[in-house]
Design a protein around this ligand. Structure first.
Ligand code: S3P
Length: 190
């Protein structure tokens, strides 16, 4: 007989925060480390629209993007619990904030604008940073959005944290809320 330990999520864990916060990179790492599923809402939007995010913004505008984003996130939250990386603006929309707050545990990955910028390798995939000074834009977005992100269930300050330290904070916050449980399974050895 072989004892296996698996993590079980009782709810979806939604990572929120500005572009460059590490929602996708850390989200994938968290999911891999805990052997749970991962979904990136931006990837799902691209799949659904059949075109890139910059193209959605350019051809149909931000409002259309937010509309697709809302439907995609609502659909994801109807499914089994996953680690969900959301786009930086998702939690700003009152409707999306409402469904995320009701149906998931929200985690704000907070970081200073300088840190955010230093973590981003591809500014072209982010239409909001395509024009002007990206650091100034991130600083303004940070000032505007802070009051919404602050409503998250858990806040993790990531400026000086390694991925492993951030994972440790996430695990203890989720265990405290009974969202992450360790399950022992017994497997017959052949
Ligand atoms: C946006 C963030 C992007 C993407 C879109 C809009 C925002 O996602 O959804 O470009 O409003 O902050 P990331 O935060 O994953 O880069």
């Amino acid at each position: 007989m072989k004892q296996n330990q698996n993590y079980l999520l009782s709810h979806t864990v939604a990572l929120i925060g500005l572009m460059g916060a590490g929602k996708t990179t850390l989200g994938r790492y968290f999911a891999r480390s805990l052997s749970v599923d991962f979904i990136d809402s931006d990837d799902e939007i691209v799949k659904r629209a059949g075109i890139s995010i910059p193209d959605i913004f350019e051809l149909s505008g931000e409002e259309k993007f937010r509309d697709i984003e809302q439907r995609v996130i609502a659909d994801i939250l109807e499914g089994s619990p996953v680690i969900l990386s959301t786009g930086g603006g998702a939690f700003i929309s009152p409707k999306i904030r409402d469904i995320l707050s009701n149906k998931s545990v929200t985690i704000w990955l907070r970081a200073e604008p300088e840190t955010l910028l230093s973590r981003m390798d591809d500014l072209h995939s982010r239409p909001l940073l395509a024009k002007g000074d990206p650091l100034l834009t991130l600083t303004n977005l940070s000032d505007e959005r802070k009051r919404y992100y602050e409503q998250a269930d858990v806040i993790i300050d990531t400026d000086n944290l390694s991925a492993t330290q951030a994972l440790r904070e996430l695990v203890s916050a989720l265990q405290e809320r009974d969202v992450l449980r360790l399950e022992n399974t017994v497997q017959k050895e052949l």
